[in-house]
Structures are given as C-alpha cells and as structure tokens.
Design a binder for this molecule. Structure first.
Ligand code: C2E
Ligand code: CA
Ligand code: CA
Ligand code: CA
Length: 279
C-alpha cells in the first residue's frame, strides 16, 4: 500500500511538473508572439435591429501561432491573465482596434463604436487610463468611438476602486458595456449606480428554446430594466433568424451573432460592408 501511495505521488508530481513546463513554454511563446506581430484581431459586426445597419464591431483577439495555426482567445487569454502578459496583450488589441477604426473611416465606412474586451487584471491596472489616452491620442480616434466591455462579475464587485475607474473612463468619453449580462447573478439594483451605456445579454439567455432552464421572461425583464435605466441592449450569440425576429419584437436595440456574421478579418469586413451598401 505504502509503495503504491508513494508511487502515485511521484506520478502526480511528475504530471504537475510537466504541466508547469508546458505552461512556461506557452508563456514564452506568447511573449515571443507578441513581439513578432502574431497577435491579430478579428471583428464581428453588430446590427441595429430596426434598420439592419452595422452600428458597431467587437474586436476579438486571435493568435496566429507559427505551428498551431489561428488560436481563439480560449486557448491563451487565461494564461496571459495569470502570467501578467494580459496588460501588454490588451494594449496591443486596443491599439489595433483604434487604428482599424481610423482605417475604415478613411475608406468611407463609419461604425459608431469599436468594442474592446478588457480583462479584470487589465481593468484594475493603474496604467489603464493613461494607456487608453495615449492610444486615442496617437491614433486620433475620438473617445466616443471606443467602447470597453467589462464582465458582469467584475463590475458587480462594486468596490469604490472599480466605481472610480468606471467614472474616470466615462469622463474620458469612452463608452462602457457590461458583457455576459445575466450570468453574474448580480443584484440588479447595483445597475443603476453604474456609469454604463450598454448591456450585452449573454448568449445563454437568448437561445429561444422555451425550456424551464431558459425562460424567455428573463430576456423580457432585462429589456424592461434597460429601458427604465436608459441603457442600450445588445443580444449576443444570435444563431437563428427567429432569434433576431423575436429580439426585435421585444424591443432589443442591437444584435450580434453568427446569423448576422462571424468574426472576420478587417479586410473581409470592409469588403462585405461595401458589398452590402452597394445593393
Ligand atoms: P465574449 O466577449 O463573450 O465574445 C463573444 C464570443 O462569442 C466570441 O468568441 C465570438 O466569436 C463568439 N460568438 C459570436 N457569435 C456567436 C454565436 O452566434 N454563437 C456562438 N456560440 N458564439 C458566438 P471568441 O472570439 O472565441 O472569444 C471568446 C472570449 O474571449 C470572449 O467572449 C472574451 O471574453 C474573450 N476575449 C476575446 N478577445 C479578447 C481580448 O482582446 N481581450 C480579452 N481580455 N478577452 C478577449
Ligand atoms: Ca465581449
Ligand atoms: Ca459576451
Ligand atoms: Ca464571455
């Protein structure tokens, strides 16, 4: 028994070491990737449900890994957050997104807002404000064209520190959205204290299956609340045209999802946009 036990411990230790090594290797690769320009950004449009026009785009990071191909954020954001690379990664995405908006503008394409995801650690970094100011100044993008998405779970911590940061960002003129709304089980009364513009209803609530776990009245209630608080609402994860119809009928402002368009390169997005407006 004893030797078996010891043996298991050795195996466990070995596995842990192997995992540490893999993590370290990936961290090293990500650091390299950042300086080699392997980080790229895809954009997914958001449409106005009453006009069908693209009003905004969400910037979604991708890593063009030299051997593993195009990696989605699920493969590296967590690691970046843990090893602190997220601040640099986030700045890279912010800068690219602001530059891209200026480029679209020069092509005669004007979206109202480019939305960028902020990770908790990035949001809490003391340099966030100054780095956003620098990026806006250097790219010449008006602050009102930049939106920042923070997750509900971060926002709802509702500490003075987070509240101050949100107010400072709002004073800069940038727009703020609460991402994945509905998943944080937050007290809704907090919502009215927050200096935000938009809530993004998480895709788990917009599925339209009328099962008990996913009742439609939750979305209806969120929309009513948003109207009271004068917030705009984006429905996320729209995969079927029926969802779009229902959301429009319920008075939701904007929609985003595969049925509208998948995230894509900025080049493809401008081609698609020009094609649509040619019709
Ligand atoms: P998110 O912010 O909730 O972004 C929406 C995710 O849903 C994206 O996945 C998008 O591709 C996907 N999606 C869009 N439409 C549909 C749909 O109709 N159905 C389904 N099932 N999914 C849809 P993606 O690009 O893999 O990003 C995953 C998450 O990674 C994001 O979730 C966000 O939390 C994070 N992320 C992405 N880019 C960044 C970034 O630059 N910085 C940080 N900190 N996080 C990022
Ligand atoms: Ca988001
Ligand atoms: Ca989301
Ligand atoms: Ca999410």
């Amino acid at each position: 028994y004893r030797s078996k036990h010891v043996g298991r411990n050795i195996v466990t230790t070995f596995e842990a070491t192997l995992q540490d090594e893999q993590t370290l290797a990936l961290e090293h690769e990500l650091r390299e990737g950042l300086s080699n320009g392997e980080i790229t950004v895809y954009y997914q449009p958001q449409i106005d449900l009453s006009s069908g026009i693209i009003v905004g785009v969400e910037a979604l990071v991708r890593w063009l890994h030299p051997s593993r191909g195009l990696l989605p954020p699920g493969e590296f954001i967590q690691l970046a957050e843990e090893c602190g690379l997220i601040v640099e990664l986030g700045e890279t995405v912010l800068r690219m997104a602001c530059l891209e908006m200026k480029r679209w503008e020069q092509q005669g394409i004007s979206y109202e807002t480019v939305w960028v995801n902020l990770s908790p650690r990035q949001f809490q970094s003391p340099d966030l404000l100054s780095s956003i100011q620098t990026i806006l100044r250097e790219t010449g993008l008006p602050p009102t064209s930049l939106g920042l998405e923070i997750t509900e779970s971060l926002a709802m911590k509702n500490t003075d520190q987070i509240m101050n940061k949100l107010h400072q960002l709002r004073d800069l003129g940038v727009r703020i959205a609460i991402d994945d709304f509905g998943t944080g089980y937050s007290s809704l009364s907090y919502l009215q204290q927050f200096p935000i513009n938009v809530i993004k209803v998480d895709k788990s609530f917009t599925k339209l299956s009328s099962d008990e776990q996913n009742p439609r009245f939750i979305v209806t209630a969120i929309l009513a609340l948003a109207r009271e608080l004068n917030l705009r609402v984006i429905a996320e994860g729209m995969e079927h045209i029926e969802q779009i119809h229902w959301m429009r009928q319920e008075g939701c402002d904007y929609a985003q999802g595969y049925v509208v368009a998948r995230p894509m390169t900025p080049e493809l997005l401008s081609e698609t946009y020009l094609e649509l407006s040619d019709r």
